[in-house]
Design a protein around this ligand. Structure first.
Ligand SMILES: Cc1cc2nc3c(=O)[nH]c(=O)nc-3n(C[C@H](O)[C@H](O)[C@H](O)COP(=O)(O)O)c2cc1C
Length: 165
């Protein structure tokens, strides 16, 4: 019987290979920080966020700009759900509004358990681009919200000026 050498199939799987085939989900939101929040409070949030996110395979970024928090979180859907549930109950901010919710295969901030402009980690070109897109989307969302608030208050004033209308 001839011995035909079978091609050797390598089954080597590098650490983190699941990341390439597992879909991830990403959520971005804006919220209003508690007015009494200090730099120290934000450092506390980041410390806790990084520890928990790393253990849940979550990545993302947190900005504190225009008097708002803007946060991106990405990773396995179940991890996201757990952390978002905690974040939405956190009294250190209010008025959380999700402006992005999508699935994909690639992370935008995969190198960061929670990047923040406070901690000054150097971003790549791709990450900087993602940050700018998110900032723009957050600003558009805030502008929409303000337009809607203005429209509502104009309508209320119009009604108040015309009793019985
Ligand atoms: C603006 C903001 C962003 C936060 N981001 C995260 C985060 O990315 N990951 C995280 O685990 N906790 C984050 N937290 C903290 C959570 O709200 C919560 O305190 C923490 O996850 C502990 O949850 P527990 O109180 O249910 O144990 C954030 C809080 C705030 C106010």
């Amino acid at each position: 019987m001839s011995q035909v050498a079978r091609p050797h199939v390598r089954r080597h799987r590098p650490p983190g290979w699941e990341e390439f085939v597992m879909p991830i989900h990403r959520i971005a939101y804006v919220s209003v920080p508690h007015p009494a929040l200090t730099g120290g409070d934000i450092a506390d949030i980041l410390r806790a966020a990084r520890a928990r996110n790393a253990s849940l395979k979550l990545s993302g970024m947190l900005l504190h700009e225009f008097g708002r928090f803007i946060q991106l979180l990405e990773g396995p859907a179940a991890s996201l759900e757990t952390v978002l549930d905690a974040i939405s109950r956190d009294t250190r901010h209010t008025n959380m509004r999700v402006f992005l919710s999508q699935s994909g295969f690639e992370r935008s901030f995969g190198r960061w358990a929670m990047w923040s402009h406070f901690s000054r980690g150097e971003l790549t070109e791709g990450e900087t681009h993602a940050r700018e897109i998110l900032q723009r989307a957050a600003l558009e969302n805030l502008a929409d919200m303000e337009r809607e608030t203005a429209r509502r208050s104009m309508r209320a004033r119009w009604r108040a000026d015309r009793p019985g209308a």
